[in-house]
Design a protein around this ligand. Structure first.
Ligand code: C2O
Length: 560
């Protein structure tokens, strides 16, 4: 894909000067999906991993690199891997969501994901995109800037991945299957984790915790990822401010904060200045942010430590961190409103100014009848009152090969009935099922207002769009007002991301350009809501230009 493999060249010192000229290269990875026993919370169980690692291996690439990952499935589940936030320009076949862009890799089978990283640099992550396997099947993606291109902030002394996740003592697939059979909400996790470790917990003094050894007087780049299934998180380091420099692999105007808010699917790069002259051990912590009432939550705080070299390894951390309380909407908003695109000459924010498709999507919970369930009904979730049903063949194949009967392209641009979305819910909150997509011409511009509903309970929904970055131009509490709210939009330096929190009982407006042909999933990144149907997909048609069409499928693409 316009890249040369450097491997043969490396053998020839003669060609060494060429290395400086070649800007991109091919990177090969092998991901073997295998079960391994892991012990956390004094509880041992087999988990599904890549190469036996939890969290999984870090995938390194440089902007413009061609990345090839051969995934081989050695477990008894179907598997797919998604490269969350990688735009996959024209390579939708490598995006990964099961039954959206590909059929699953069956036990014993392999598939090679093949994509080029274009116009992105920073932190993203990869994760399984089928069932609830991503609970342990995930790892960081680190995209370095092109050779010779510096960061737009002072070069850090060192860089560390800080991956936040969840640990469940029980088998997660059993948890969700039971929930689906009963119609009720699934159990919550038993602990949060930092790079796989919860830290000391009641009843289980730690057998290991996240520990970052630092030199005093330096700057460290923390690449923070929320890979949890169902929980938005606060994160902080005691006695240290964090300077936010990038989110979702897009640079932001640096700002200082003591707490970050990070939703499942989001990534945040921060600079940590080790400016505590006296040294010491400082607590690192991650705890849940959830500002709705009736939803069960994992209240365990994951902890780790920033350890200044030369400090004695005493049992307890000298400096404890205090994070905002679980329902601290104010703290969360303060953070979210501080985010702005860097919007410099090198990294301009291309916020679409003129809009071709103006969409209003309600997102929320609901119920559906279920004769076999405990109360005769089951929890559901929907967008514009459609609870999305995955097909049994992949949508991208159906689109590319013109297979009829798999989906329709009549997803409604507006809610089927207008009502007071955030007021007292209407009596009928039964969602319809459907596999309906919204069609966009190549290069059209889209404004999408995501409006939370108060069905069951208002709740924050971190919505993730595949295939694109978007600009978050506005947000508010209550119902979106199409007359007055757009006047307050930020169309200059709105933050650019791939996952955005729709506030509890509020709305978020995003804009993007449909410049990537293919079928692109959009869903709530709380796994339980995805399972319940809070998902849909866009079809973006091919353009007429030479580089504006979806590439043909690879020969090893799995079949259903
Ligand atoms: Cu990170 Cu469709 O997901």
């Amino acid at each position: 894909m316009g890249c040369f493999s450097l491997r043969p060249l490396l053998l020839l010192a003669f060609f060494l000067p060429l290395l400086l000229l070649v800007e991109c290269r091919v990177r090969h990875y092998k991901f073997n999906v295998v079960r391994r026993n892991y012990t956390r919370l004094c509880h041992s169980k087999p988990i599904v991993t890549v190469n036996g690692l939890f969290p999984g291996p870090i995938l390194y690439a440089r902007e413009d690199d061609n990345v090839l990952v051969k995934v081989t499935n050695h477990v008894n589940y179907n598997v797919t891997i998604h490269w969350h936030g990688v735009r996959q320009l024209r390579t939708g076949w490598s995006d990964g969501p099961a039954y959206i862009t590909q059929c699953p890799i069956r036990p014993g089978q392999s598939y090679t994901y093949n994509f080029t990283v274009t116009g992105q640099r920073g932190t993203l992550f990869w994760h399984a995109h089928i069932l609830w396997l991503r609970v342990t099947l995930h790892g960081a993606i680190v995209i370095l800037p092109k050779l010779g291109v510096p960061y737009p902030f002072p070069k850090p002394h060192d860089e560390v991945v800080v991956l936040l996740g969840e640990w469940w003592n029980s088998d997660v697939e059993a948890v969700i299957n039971e929930a689906l059979a009963s119609g009720r909400a699934p159990n919550v996790s038993d602990a949060h984790t930092i790079n796989g470790y919860p830290g000391p917990m009641p009843g289980c003094p730690s057998k290991g915790e996240f520990k970052l050894e630092v030199d005093p007087g330096k700057t460290y780049l923390l690449r923070i990822i929320n890979a949890a299934l169902n929980e938005e998180l606060f994160f902080g380091v005691s006695q240290h401010n964090l300077t936010v420099v990038e989110v979702d692999a897009a640079y932001v105007k640096p700002f200082s904060t003591n707490t970050i808010v990070i939703s499942p699917g989001q990534t945040t790069n921060v600079l940590l200045h080790t400016n505590q002259g006296g040294g010491g051990r400082f607590m690192v912590a991650a705890s849940t942010f959830l500002d709705t009432m009736i939803v069960a939550v994992d209240n365990a705080t994951a902890t780790g430590v920033v350890h200044y070299k030369g400090t004695t390894d005493s049992v307890a951390t000298t400096f404890q961190v205090s994070l905002p309380s679980r329902n601290s909407t104010n703290e969360a908003n303060k953070f979210i409103e501080s985010l702005h695109s860097l919007n410099s000459k090198e990294y301009p924010a291309a916020v679409p100014q003129r809009i071709d498709h103006s969409l209003l999507f309600t997102v929320g919970l609901g119920i559906q009848p279920c004769p076999t369930c405990m109360n005769g009904s089951r929890a559901a979730a929907s967008i514009n009152n459609i609870s999305f049903v995955l097909p049994t063949t992949a949508l991208l194949q159906a689109h590319y090969f013109n297979v009829s009967g798999v989906f329709t392209d009549d997803f409604p641009a507006k809610p089927p009935v207008a009502f007071n979305y955030t007021g007292t819910p209407p009596t009928n909150i039964v969602a319809a099922n459907g596999t309906r997509l919204y069609r966009l011409p190549f290069n059209s511009t889209v404004e999408l207002v995501l409006q939370d509903t108060s069905f069951i309970a208002p709740e924050s929904h971190p919505v993730h769009l595949h295939g694109f970055n978007f600009f978050a131009v506005g947000h508010g509490i209550g119902n979106f007002d199409p007359k007055n709210d757009p006047k307050k939009y930020n169309l200059v330096d709105a933050v650019e991301r791939n996952t955005i929190g729709v506030p509890s009982g509020g709305w978020t407006a995003i804009r993007f350009r449909a410049d990537n042909p293919g079928v692109w999933f959009m869903h709530c990144h709380l796994e339980v809501h995805t399972t319940w149907g809070l998902k849909m997909a866009f079809i973006v048609d091919d353009g007429k230009g030479p580089n504006q069409s979806l590439l043909p499928p690879p020969s090893d693409l799995p079949t259903c």
